[in-house]
Design a protein around this ligand. Sequence first.
Ligand SMILES: Cc1ncc(COP(=O)(O)O)c(C=O)c1O
Length: 432
Amino acid sequence: MKVGATEVLNSERDILDEKEYLLFEYQGNNLYFNELNLEELLKQHKTPLFVFSQKILQLQFERIYKAFTSLNSQSLKIAFSVKSNPLTEVAQTFMEKNAYFEVTSIGEVKHINALGGDPSKIIFTNIVKNVSTIEYCVDQGIGLFAIDSWSDMKRIEGVCEALEVSVNILLRVNPGIQLEDTLFSCAGRNSKIGILTPENLTMDSQFKDIFDYCVKSKWLNFQGLHAHLGSQIVNLDQYREGMRKISILITQIEEIGLKVNTLDIGGGFPIYYGEKNVPRIESFSEVIKEVFAGQLSSLDLILESGRYLTAPAGILAFEISVIKERESNLNIACVNGSFYNTIPDVIIADWQFPIKKVKYNLEVPLIKYQIVGSSNDTLDYYKGKDELDGLVLLGKIEEKEYIVFLQAGAYSISFNSTYCMEERPSVYFIHN
Ligand SMILES: Cc1ncc(COP(=O)(O)O)c(C=O)c1O
């Protein structure tokens, strides 16, 4: 990327035209989000502040649905991965869209129950499920359990036997392909996730033992396979390779006379964090169509999405508290909150959240800033991954000005902490 002022100034605006930046625009010098003038909004609220758009949540849900409905699977179920965002309004929005819910704890089950959710639309996927969790979920009539290991299966079966209730299960399989460009890959042969698919794709393996046991069990109703390969998956070739192994496994199961009714392909659909060539959701549906051709028409297809559904719908606004100039022209802009308390993925994942000034000034030259969090912790700064080595090019920033992190709606509110006994940010939700 060139850093000539005009070029970048243009791109700063242009980037808002990307499809991922739904409902953002500069009107004059002011940044609008979902038709709200952000500066006006922020002046009335305490920052740091998350602002969420219900309209974008709905649009993202519709985009996934549209991309996958053309596959003509026997049925299509879009599950919202609750861990990505714990806001009541978010789950409520998806419930109104007839969503399913992928959950990993009793807390998440209760969250959906409290909204009047249908327990049969809940898929419990955590790799470890303790007895009290299983008892609670069985009692609630949870729709599906993804079984992750031999011990997981025995523990679930034990509870079912004691309660004399049978449950529907998916076997969570790991195709054993490490997704190289994916920070959160679940699919390597040494990953802690899932039951490894047979290496040589024969049925004489650990998979076969678990499979044989579960199909014979009086308490476990085998429905099919679950395969979540990772989060923010950007390598479609490896994704295709992983899914191909799952497709072969389905064929092998059916060759021994058993029916796979359900295929849950998990989530991992990526959004734009400044990287080039992030595959679009339609590219994923094309891979699934190609790989499972001939199988889809008899499969209930489930998707579990978190990041794709929620990230674009949320922004995080900060006020600039301090500007410091260092030697070698390094300008430091310190925001009024730590990233631990607000958006820890800045530190954990180095995601390059696009950053915008709320007040855009065309006249001023661009300056490289290091954006840092307010805590004493030296890791509390924005690293990014682009050619600027984590520095951010913005027009001159004054103290008390606002900046916003875009694509901030996933895994931020769920991960942030009260480090240093600081408060978490509040949330402003724009209802549609
Ligand atoms: C089993 C399972 N399904 C779905 C998801 C959602 O992933 P993403 O937010 O990348 O769509 C996760 C996230 O870790 C997961 O573990």
